[in-house]
Design a protein around this ligand. Structure first.
Ligand code: FES
Length: 210
């Protein structure tokens, strides 16, 4: 006569073991979430060449001094090149001085966020929503906006990618942040950082003539 093997039933989990497994699972889940969050923050949010990232353009794409602004609609920029004519413009508000060179202006009106347009016949930007007006320099010359246009920091680089000049980065407190930069000799490209908008200075006085 043979004897059948009978499996021994597993011992039930004790309360202590059960709590241990729950604790271990919670820690594992927490670590997985932290790892995912770290990877998420480490990934670049914006791709180069898209709004929110760094835009690189060859110098040949820049407007010539005092010509009309260049529209870059995909990246929400008006590129301007301020020459003597813009600096000496008698509509320029006296409380806000302008340097010559290139600026990258943010295309959104600082009043309530409409897209303002360049109007060649009036030689100025005009907002279709409530009538604010700005010079090519970005200076506000008529409200209801109460400050100059916002802009983006720019830098010029040579063939090897060396930075030859930069307008400053938002948050450094430099007065030239987002300001105009002359194109340095040897520059082959401009880089515009659309991830760092520089707020236009308060400017509530009309200029010499709208
Ligand atoms: S949004 Fe441009 S003037 Fe109001």
């Amino acid at each position: 006569m043979t004897t059948a093997n009978v499996a021994t039933p597993a011992a039930p989990l004790t309360r202590r073991e059960f709590l241990y497994y729950v604790w271990a699972a919670s820690i594992a889940l927490f670590m997985a979430e932290m790892g995912g969050a770290l990877i998420w923050f480490a990934l670049p949010r914006f791709k180069e060449g898209e709004f929110g990232g760094v835009i690189t353009l060859p110098i040949s794409d820049l407007p010539t001094p005092d010509s009309g602004p260049k529209d870059l609609p995909d990246v929400r920029i008006w590129l301007v090149n301020l020459g003597e004519g813009r600096i000496d413009d008698n509509r320029q508000p006296g409380e806000y001085t302008v340097n010559g060179g290139v600026r990258a202006l943010y295309k959104i009106c600082v009043h309530l966020g409409c897209l303002y347009k360049w109007v060649p016949t009036n030689d100025r930007f005009e907002c279709p929503c409530h009538g604010s007006k700005y010079l090519a320099s970005g200076s506000r010359i008529d409200g209801p906006a109460t400050r100059n246009l916002d802009s983006f920091p720019i830098e010029f680089v040579d063939d090897d990618g060396n930075v030859l000049a930069q307008s400053g980065t938002a948050g450094t407190g430099k007065s030239e942040e987002g300001g105009a930069l002359e194109i340095p000799s040897g520059a082959v490209a401009i880089r515009i950082d659309t991830g760092q908008r520089v707020e236009g200075a308060s400017n509530t006085q009309p200029g010499g003539g709208i």
